[in-house]
Design a protein around this ligand. Structure first.
Ligand code: SAH
Length: 402
């Protein structure tokens, strides 16, 4: 789909429609815009009587904005009579009263009649006049009916192409029964009464805890009003999940800094230590190591999350670091295989086990030519830029090392 709203993957509609006849149009731009309007409403047959500036016309082509298929099939005529000779139902559009004994109809009635006429095998056409003075009385006299638009009588004259557009619009609306080419995208499934009820009970329970539904004699009305807010919005299942989450988050209060879901930093490190001990002799990259790495990745602490965001977004590091990825049986917090750098995040007041584990991991890594940079979680949270500077300094040394 292009930005213009034209969906070239969809075959253009082709409907058998009336012939549009422009009588001595003066401006190429208007011819082009008329063709464009025709294309918008699936009209294809354009006839032109004596275009003032000749044919083909560059301005027309430009203004057609892609309705080339219509311009290429334009039929040219020297006189209006020739242009309408094969038609058996003819309308003349005009803003003016022509004082002729001829029915005057609106665009809707005209297109209804045209649709019926074409459906029964007839050929219909619509005349449009010159920009300067419209259609002559003689030209109007050729037509079976006059079409005039419901407009401001004090300012009734439309631009030629806009007049074509209005007729096209009415005709197309009729043929497609007003069907629209696109609508609101399908949302997730509607929430069931049961789901709304469960959410509502939960909400009321929380509101009761803070004595929101007071005074007691207003409680029932308040509940009805409140419930109506949710029924009126016709929520989806997803809406209900979200609202439930929101209510519970507000009710339960701030969770404190992310400790990393199920594992806090300390637990994570103890697990690693255990793994290092028990993993002796286990093949590197064993299932256990990978499983733990996955667990750690899913449980980032605040500092880890911050640093990871920076490492992925900062152009100096993007794509060069991995998070909680096993190196042998060890899992540094971050590692860059290109630079052979490991980043360790540490917390103040870490326990003995943790310190020992970290030291062991560091020794193991350094024995294998990794450089290890240690960062305090608190520093990362307080002054990330400075920590990144330190890292950058280390990274830029790597070129000279190898
Ligand atoms: N000055 C001209 C208006 C020309 S506008 C006049 O007095 O007639 C170019 C063409 O657009 C008209 O000839 C007619 O075909 C169409 N048109 C413009 N306004 C219209 C309206 N209010 N109702 C029907 N057709 C209209």
């Amino acid at each position: 789909m292009t930005g213009s709203g034209t969906d070239r993957s969809k075959a253009g509609l082709s409907l058998e429609g009336p012939v549009v006849i422009l009588v001595e149009p003066q401006l190429g731009e208007n011819i082009g815009m008329a063709a464009r309007a025709m294309g918008n409403f699936a009209l294809t047959r354009l006839r032109i009587v004596n275009p003032r500036d000749g044919w083909p016309n560059v301005s027309a082509r430009r203004a057609a904005a892609g309705a080339d298929h219509i311009l290429e099939r334009v039929e040219l005529f020297d006189t209006v009579e020739q242009a309408v000779a094969d038609l058996d139902l003819l309308f003349a559009t005009s803003a003016r009263a022509h004082d002729q004994a001829k029915p005057v109809v609106g665009p809707e009635a005209a297109t209804t009649e045209i649709a019926g006429h074409i459906a029964s095998g007839g050929k219909a056409g619509i005349l449009f006049g010159r920009e300067r003075w419209g259609l002559t009385n003689e030209e109007v006299a050729l037509a079976n009916r006059i079409v005039t638009f419901p407009v401001n009588p004090g300012f009734a004259s439309l631009n030629l192409a806009q007049a074509v557009l209005l007729v096209g619009y009415e005709w197309f609306k009729q043929m497609t029964r007003g069907g629209l080419p696109h609508g609101m995208p399908e949302r997730s499934e509607r929430a069931s009464q049961h789901q709304i009820q469960a959410f509502f009970e939960n909400l009321v329970r929380e509101l009761d805890k803070v004595e929101f539904l007071r005074p007691a004699e207003k409680r029932d009305t308040m509940l009805v009003n409140l419930r109506n807010i949710f029924t009126r919005m016709e929520p989806t299942k997803q809406d209900m999940h979200t609202l439930h989450g929101v209510v519970m988050a507000i009710a339960e209060g701030r969770k404190g800094p992310a400790k990393g879901g199920v594992l806090d930093g300390e637990q994570a490190t103890r697990l690693r230590a255990l793994l290092a001990e028990h993993g002796q002799g286990a093949p590197p990259e064993s299932g256990m190591v990978r499983g733990l790495a996955r667990l750690l990745r899913r449980n980032p602490t605040d500092a880890e999350r911050l640093l990871w965001q920076a490492l992925t977004r900062d152009r100096r590091f993007a794509g060069q670091f991995k998070r909680q990825t096993p190196v042998g049986r060890h899992i540094p917090d971050f590692v860059s295989f290109v630079h052979r750098i490991a980043i360790e995040l540490s917390n103040v007041g870490e326990s003995e086990t943790i310190l020992i584990d970290r030291a062991a991991r560091r020794a193991w890594l350094e024995a294998r030519d990794y450089r290890v940079i240690e960062m305090q979680a608190a520093d990362v949270e307080r002054d990330l830029a400075a920590e990144l500077e330190r890292l950058q300094a280390m990274v830029s040394q790597s070129g000279s090392v190898s």
